[in-house]
Design a protein around this ligand. Structure first.
Ligand code: GAL
Length: 335
């Protein structure tokens, strides 16, 4: 019968069509993992090993043990489809922090010399008064990370942290320093277990710090200090991490408050045709943290300018590095 013969052909055609659609990021939508669960990687960071990216972040899944803090790890080869790997931290109060302690913005670095994965995180008490970083290590990227210690980097207060790995592989920790009214970009020690020296202390009160090295310029970006509420994020540039840094400018019209998000990282995707920089932001929902969303959007960048366009779904081809912002869906016809 005709129907029976054509059904498999239709299925194959549909599958081929689906395979041809490049993976698409939907900024602000619920982003599902391979299990069909919302990705829990808030305040996160991403590292690339071989052809695979690993996304780490705060796991704020509902119903977890309220006395512990959790970090989840996901992997992807296209930056769109993410496989849950492991809840790599299930941390109880490591000592004197109290039941309502804070473990936020985890970032993982791979140290090729020691072959260890080293996680940095913001460690604090419930009042955010300790202002320390924590360090944990694992032998594998998605193994269980073991808490080592917490400290104030270079003896300074540190709240929001960010990570930056330069093109030459050097690893830097970005940390906000309230008393200094600024943020540091600081080099890690050879084994990554400590912070060695400041490259810059940029005297602008910004957190959610992120840095990218693009075509010979460093772009440093961050948000104002407004807690979970979004604000207009700013950026500055410099030819060297040691500065001098330019004046700070808005990444988007100030009125849109970074489209309701807060920076956590600038992700550089080096493709065969182009290099794309993706702004990774968190859309926080403080009362329903598990449902906080991600705003990812390729930025317009170059010649000292960085602009975050209005978020819209975009396709991402990690092989070529190309992104295409999809046209708006046609409006419903007027009645
Ligand atoms: C934000 C910070 C978040 C979290 C929050 C708590 O400013 O970026 O990571 O610490 O404050 O209010």
């Amino acid at each position: 019968m005709q129907m029976r013969k054509s059904a498999p052909i239709l299925l194959v055609t549909a599958a081929l069509l689906l395979a041809a659609v490049p993976p698409t990021v939907h900024p602000g939508d619920a982003w599902m993992d391979n299990r069909g669960q919302q990705i829990e990687a808030h305040g996160g960071g991403i590292i690339k090993l071989g052809n695979t990216w690993y996304w780490f972040g705060e796991d704020r899944t509902q119903g977890l043990d309220p006395l512990k803090r959790y970090v989840a790890c996901y992997s992807s080869t296209d930056l769109v489809h993410w496989t849950f790997r492991n809840q790599v931290m299930k941390q109880a109060d490591p000592g004197d922090l109290g039941a309502r302690f804070v473990l936020e913005r985890p970032k993982v670095f791979y140290n090729a010399k020691t072959k260890k994965f080293v996680m940095y995180m913001h460690i604090d008490d419930s009042r955010y008064a300790l202002a320390r970083v924590g360090v944990a290590t694992s032998d594998t990227v998605d193994g269980d990370y073991h808490y080592v210690r917490s400290f104030r980097p270079l003896g300074q207060e540190s709240r929001d942290i960010g990570q930056f790995i330069d093109d030459d592989g050097t690893a830097y920790l970005i940390f906000e320093d309230r008393p200094a009214h600024g943020f540091h970009i600081a080099k890690l020690t050879a084994d990554y277990m400590d912070v060695e020296k400041d490259m810059s202390l940029i005297r602008q009160s910004l957190e959610g710090g992120a840095v990218v090295h693009y075509k010979g310029l460093y772009y440093a970006l961050g948000s104002h200090l407004t807690g979970w509420n979004a604000n207009p994020n700013l950026y500055a540039t410099a030819k060297s991490l040691e500065g001098p840094w330019s004046e700070f400018k808005d990444i988007a019209p100030p009125a849109v408050n970074t489209y309701g998000s807060q920076s956590t990282m600038l992700l550089k995707v080096v493709g065969s045709k182009v290099t794309t920089v993706i702004f990774m932001g968190d859309i926080w929902k403080p009362r329903t943290q598990w449902d906080s969303r991600y705003l990812w959007m390729p930025v317009e960048i170059g010649d000292g300018n960085l602009h975050l366009p209005e978020p819209k779904p975009f396709t991402l081809d990690v092989k070529t590095g190309r992104t295409v912002v999809l046209p708006d869906a046609p409006a419903a016809p007027a009645k």
